[in-house]
Design a protein around this ligand. Structure first.
Ligand SMILES: *Cc1c(COP(=O)(O)O)cnc(C)c1O
Length: 389
């Protein structure tokens, strides 16, 4: 491997021998194309004209009034596909095309990443197959239909808890058997090296745009940047550009499910311990025998017992603080943003909004917060129907 495989003691590649060669091939292609003019011209054209970048940085006036300080929303919810996932799917999809791969496989939980992969499969004319736990297939009907409409084969996974972590296991197994012609398009900044580095590369555009936009409007850097953390890709995407700006406080928000004192919770960085999951070392929700615990969150996209290794590193060096928000607090934020701004956030993003509103109460009115609004809430509307009287 030529790039750094680790973030401090975290990361690495804990995979079977057969996958090491495939990961090396992927790393070499990434090194070759990431600074290649033709590749970047094509990617930038697609980001702009297909996906709709740059996304706006919106000053949420009424929300700010309630919060008592200035709140800006980075509108990844307006990206084609409805979430930040499209940035990564376009980047890796193009890489697959340049590598001459004939088939793309992916895992999905809530179906947002699967839907993004299905879109780019149609766009590039490459066959796509998406692994999804049967429990998630049942819960996320709309995204399953979107994937099928774009021509993707959705493969139902019946093992384990029949959710995201089982879908990843199945996709890795498939990749081992078909490494020659198949590209594994991983959805977040977790997994074995080089995925955490590649996914960050394609998501860091969020922070690059946000910094330019806030300097344009406020003529200064923000005091806080806040994002929700599942695997951690939208958070790394917006944090990366601000890591060197020591006065900008960075906060990742994890799901606490019903609350941190219950058995089933998703707050990996707050409640987990160091271990190996899906090929990399990071904080993991596991029991004392190293068995992975089942998680629960109202937002399927945050329902994952692991987290990207760079977040574990950023937590340990204290550059980023990780807080948690319960299902109930997230649902209240989902309702609040819809009512006062006419913006229906994804339940995942609602965690970041809920934490920002709590924090804002302790700040004076000139402070500036940027929240990464990672996606839109259309996919969650049926689940939230009980809020509508
Ligand atoms: C998938 C998803 C997330 C969680 O994934 P990260 O890799 O942590 O960003 C958050 N928000 C939305 C809208 C998603 O679709």
């Amino acid at each position: 491997m030529k790039l750094n495989t680790k973030f401090g003691k975290f990361g690495g590649l804990f995979v079977p021998e057969t996958l090491v060669a495939a990961l090396e091939e992927l790393e070499s292609a990434f090194i070759k194309y990431k600074d290649d003019k033709k590749f970047n011209d094509e990617l930038n054209d697609l980001l702009k004209n297909y996906a709709g970048r740059p996304t706006p940085l919106y000053f949420a006036k009424r929300l700010s009034k309630i919060a008592g300080c200035k709140i800006y929303l980075k509108r990844e919810d307006l990206l084609h596909g409805g979430a930040h996932k499209t940035n990564n799917a376009l980047g890796q999809g193009l890489l697959a095309k340049y590598m001459g791969k004939k088939r793309i496989i992916a895992e999905t939980g809530a179906g947002q990443h699967g839907a993004a992969v299905a879109m780019i499969g149609a766009l590039f004319g490459i066959k796509t197959e998406v692994f999804m736990g049967s429990e998630d297939i049942r819960r996320q009907r709309a995204n399953v239909l979107r994937m099928k409409l774009c021509g993707t084969k959705v493969i139902s996974v019946e093992s384990g808890s029949r959710t995201l972590k089982d879908a990843i296991n199945e996709a890795l197994r498939d990749w081992i058997a078909n490494v020659q012609d198949t590209f594994y398009l991983f959805g977040t900044v977790a997994g074995p090296h080089p995925y955490p580095t590649i996914v960050k590369h394609f998501q860091k555009v969020i922070g690059e745009e946000s910094k330019k936009q806030i300097l344009d409007t406020e003529k200064r850097l923000p005091d806080y940047v806040i994002a929700c953390v599942g695997g951690g890709s939208n958070a790394i995407g917006i944090f990366n550009e601000f890591l060197e700006d020591k006065n900008v406080k960075l906060i990742g928000v994890e799901p606490a499910g019903h609350g941190l004192n219950t058995n089933k919770h998703g707050a990996t960085l707050n409640k987990g311990s160091i271990g190996v999951l899906h090929g990399s070392m990071s904080y993991v929700l596991q029991d004392s025998d190293g068995q992975i615990l089942e998680t629960h969150s109202v937002s399927a996209g945050l329902d994952y017992p692991g987290v990207g290794p760079e977040h574990s590193f950023l937590k340990d060096v204290k550059r980023v603080k990780y807080e948690s928000i319960t299902d109930k607090e997230a649902i209240n934020a989902f309702k609040l943003l819809s009512e006062v701004e006419g913006i229906m956030p994804a339940l995942e993003s609602s965690h970041a909004i809920a934490y920002a509103m709590k924090l804002a109460k302790t700040l004076d009115k000139n402070k500036v917060i940027i929240i990464n609004l990672s996606g839109r809430g259309d996919k969650d509307l049926e689940q939230m129907e009980f809020l509508v009287k």
